[in-house]
Design a protein around this ligand. Structure first.
Ligand SMILES: [Mg+2]
Length: 247
């Protein structure tokens, strides 16, 4: 197939959790950061661990709900503001969003590591002339996410970065794929989506007319048939359809 662009999921496709700290350590770090954030806001609260847990739980709950319903990204600042208000903290939406984000343990610190061949595969595909896009579901975007990508060696000069919380829609919603295609100026049939989720990456892409390559993982959907299947990213480089980008 004459592809011009390759879209990549990030989590468990390009990086994975290799050495995540145990949950208790995550909670300890989050509480420490909530305490620092509260101090910076000059707001007193006797139990920063509860503050961190309250904001985080509300965020996860909103995310789960969105994933199970309309796939529209919640306003996490507002979600956090409302949850913290309920335990007696009066913060603005921006303050609450910032506090939530400051408790987030991400990237290498959170145990994320790139797959060993990820950077080489991306750079080789770039050399072969393909446009490269990241299409990822994440509740935190912005500079923090870009720094995490950099730390993992995955800052390969993406032609588009479609981050759900920035775009406003979660995979498999068509809008996040449309966002990527429009910015790349490619048609669905000219793109390949690479990811580990049958439900989000493969089915989401295929519904848009985008072919999909599935990184074999515990299946999260039935009746979904990817056009390509692989276990290691480097196998993509041997795929006849990916030897050279279409013009
Ligand atoms: Mg994934």
């Amino acid at each position: 197939m004459p592809f011009r662009a390759i879209l990549f999921d990030i989590g468990d496709t390009l990086w994975h959790s290799r050495s995540a700290p145990p949950p208790a350590e995550f909670r300890r770090l989050a509480a420490e950061r909530a305490a620092a954030a509260l101090a910076e806001l000059a707001i007193a609260h006797e139990d920063p661990a509860t503050v961190a847990r309250t904001a985080w739980t509300a965020m996860e709950e909103a995310m789960r709900h969105a994933r199970a319903t309309d796939l529209i990204e919640p306003d996490y600042g507002e979600v956090s503001r409302a949850a913290l208000h309920a335990i007696g903290l009066d913060l603005s939406r921006d303050q609450a969003g910032w506090l939530l984000e400051s408790t987030y343990i991400s990237g290498i610190e959170g145990g994320k590591a790139p797959f060993d061949d990820a950077r080489d595969v991306l750079l080789t595909l770039r050399d072969r002339g393909f446009l490269l896009g990241a299409v990822t579901n994440r509740a935190f975007g912005g500079e923090r996410f870009r720094a995490d990508l950099r730390d993992a060696g995955l800052d390969i000069g993406w032609d588009v970065e479609a981050v759900s919380v920035e775009v406003g829609f979660l995979k498999p919603h068509p809008a996040i794929f449309e966002f990527a295609l429009e910015r790349l100026r490619v048609e669905p049939a000219e793109a390949l989506m690479v990811g580990n989720s049958l439900a989000e990456d493969v089915a989401g892409a295929q519904r848009m007319g985008i072919a999909a390559a599935w990184r074999e993982s515990p299946p999260d959907a039935t009746g979904v048939h990817p056009e390509y299947t692989f276990t290691e990213l480097c196998e993509l480089l041997a795929e006849p359809d990916l030897q050279e980008a279409a013009r």
